[in-house]
Design a protein around this ligand. Sequence first.
Ligand code: EPU
Length: 433
Amino acid sequence: MDNTHIKIQGGVPLNGQIEVFGEKNSVAKIMVASLLSDKPSILRNICHVVDTELMTNVIRAVGGEAEEIEERVIRIENKDIHNMDEKTLQEVVGKSRVPILLCGPLLARTGEAIIPALGGDIIGNRPVDLHLTALKKMGAKIEEKASGIYLKAKKLHGRPIRLDYPSVGATEQILMAAVLAEGITQLSNAAIEPQIMDLVVTLRQMGADIIFEPERTFIINGVNSLSGYDHTAIPDRLEIASWACVALGTNGKISVTDARAEHMRSFLDKFEAAGGAFTIKDHGMEFWRGEDVITPTHVETDVSPGFATDWQPPFAVVLTQANGQSIVHETVYESRFGYVEALNKMGADITLEKRCRGMLCRFNDEYYHTAIINGPTPLHGAEIEVPDIRAGFSYIVGALMAQGTTTVTNSQILNRGYEKFTEKLQNLGAQLL
Ligand code: EPU
């Protein structure tokens, strides 16, 4: 086994306890928020995944200091910042989606922002039009080139902004642009994922004036300057749900330290509907299969507080073993079923449809965004290649449930979302060859 593939002998229940740390999609953004201030910030409970390392390098490349001063505690200080030089910019190109969020801090502190061409999983087109429309409305001059996005603004101005869709990234973008803008920004139809609330708590600790109103609305009254923060990132609800799926799929029992039920209510409802069981403890949760069989389930992904799209692939794999037909309707990304072909190769019976099943979504009749899963179908080993983080974890769940040996190639992609996942698998009793 090298770091580009993993071989799993399936059919063994996984049991034991694992630790989960800060959510990857929260840690990297809160690191960006530190750039809004010239005062030091402390971020605790960081995860060691690619985006954390990348943002550490980006902060250093724009003139800041970032250092892990003790285990999982990073100190960041950005006294004087500037844009990245061309060489560093090229190193960051295509590696992550997080750099798009540098717009607000770099514009506020330097008057211009150069954003490298973005990376991230290929699970849809993933445009950034909502980000750029909002920044333009706030007064930024924007030029898009093949190498990246170039923005200029002496000062951003608060404006009423209504998002056409409650995008997580666009909400984070506008929050970080508005906190130091002149005047009031009323942001409506905003995303309210736990990671957004984590960012808002942090920004408020820095001295931002942000009020949360009903109906997905934030009122942000720009201030002149912000101080640093001392914040503990929320645990990774996406990773926790992935391990819960392992427990349900392999008929094992897995405890996850620091798991918080309040961040994953809609996952837990579907987990129980499919036959999963859990207990909530003082410092975590425990997951297992509570019924003899897995029950077919209808799942629709949605923005928070709905069933998160990142929970979908590992959960869908478990449904291949349900006693009947399950339906998974993906409404966040137009092509998040890139993993289905590989599962069918392993023996699953999944077909994709263009029509919506349940609520009508913006992908109706245009994209294959609904999966019909007929179960139970025994899975057998195969050689399969990871296309993206969550699909990759779904292959791991499939391999653990299958009879025989599965070789998962391109498995290094999993390191982007799952810290030390092979070590965790081994600790839970997985048979890695
Ligand atoms: N969208 C637009 N225009 C925009 C922005 C988004 O059309 O300007 C669309 C996207 O194409 C997509 C939908 O809106 O169809 C949702 O995108 P969103 O902006 O909410 O997602 P994101 O900020 O790009 C983050 C996470 C994703 C997670 C989504 C949804 C990070 C780095 N990524 O992406 O995480 O799936 O929110 O919760 O925070 C993962 O962890 O594996 C992952 C993909």
